[in-house]
Design a protein around this ligand. Sequence first.
Ligand code: CP3
Length: 386
Amino acid sequence: MPAMNQPAIRVADLLPPDHPLVDGRTTEAPLLRAAAGRSVPHTPVWFMRQAGRSLPEYRRVREGVAMLESCFTPELVVEITHQPVRRHGVDAAIFFSDIVVPLRAIGLDLDIVPGVGPVVAEPIRDAAGVAALRPLVEDDVAPVLTAVRMLTAADGPLVGTPLIGFAGAPFTLASYLIEGGPSRDHARTKALMYGEPALWHALADRLAGIAGAFLRMQVLAGASAVQLFDSWAGALPAADYEALVLPHVRTALDAVADLATAHGVPRILFGVGTGELLATMSSAGSEVMGVDFRVPLDVAAGRVRPGAGLQGNLDPAVVMAPPAVVAARVEAVLAQARRSGRGHVFNLGHGVLPDSDPEVLTRIVEQVHAAGPVPGVDDTPDPGPW
Ligand code: CP3
């Protein structure tokens, strides 16, 4: 209930009337219900990297088109985002893009090299480099937002399937910018963080501003949920994460906090190898915590803040195992989720591996759906006035 003197935030104040969360197309979607801990007719399921090389139809439309070029071509983004929804019947679409897209959009000279990942021409290691990171404005990502609008229009391909917008979190983005490309040990990044904390905070603050702005733009354009990828955060000890990274993750998530409160837009925070970080990461306030495959969901529940939902966490490598093994492992994840007592969004513990058989992914979706209804906080009997 709103406080006495504060007017309640009205739904129409923040999102346009044709937004799927305002006209009601996605308000009761299993993804949103589960993220809020409410009962669901079946556990919602989607896969990180569901749009990608595991799909022959993806490889076909990407032929001869560079990754970043495809990210700025609305018709391609719409088609690729829709492909896994069409094929697998997943409960969410993840927007086809990349974490470096907003950085490219503000003019950084970077590319995504096949088989490697993002590569930055001039790594950022000093104050002048940080100063080049200007704030992101809508015009920078106009074709990207056009794709979001096309996907989520009332007559668009997603109909009632929620679109998840996403951004890279400050540490993960900074690692690519400081190292100049993918890194196993993030050595230069850590050296800068620990050796020049003021420079680090300036860099991370700018990246948090860009990530937060990008998340907000995607929701305003039609996304119903967001995920912040702090993929490489697991490289850090908890104390360093808390002092040097967490404040910036909070800044990025805070950029959409009003949309989470007023419209129930769930904010999902995910990283790899973050078992030791789940408690501190969860204090950033995300509605849902992504859990990688190393920590059972019922164990993760003891680490994340009360009320937060869980997303995960089948090992992506299990998808390559024989069908009976896949089925048993999927059931194990569902059982751990039930024991956790938290809202659960089924996913892999990291992205789909490119060699995965897409038919196995479809079978996983069918199995998760066939497992049936899950109770939620709305089922808890009213304890009465005592
Ligand atoms: O389906 C989805 O999940 C949506 C699309 C998506 C992509 N990248 C498309 C992509 C998402 C959510 C991302 C995020 C991303 N990008 C992350 C965070 C997620 C994670 O994996 O932890 C990171 C670290 C990146 C950086 C990046 N971009 C890497 C490491 C790579 C792989 C390089 C390679 O070729 O192996 C990319 C390229 C990339 N992003 C591809 C896709 C489909 C492959 C490009 C291709 O098909 O040629």
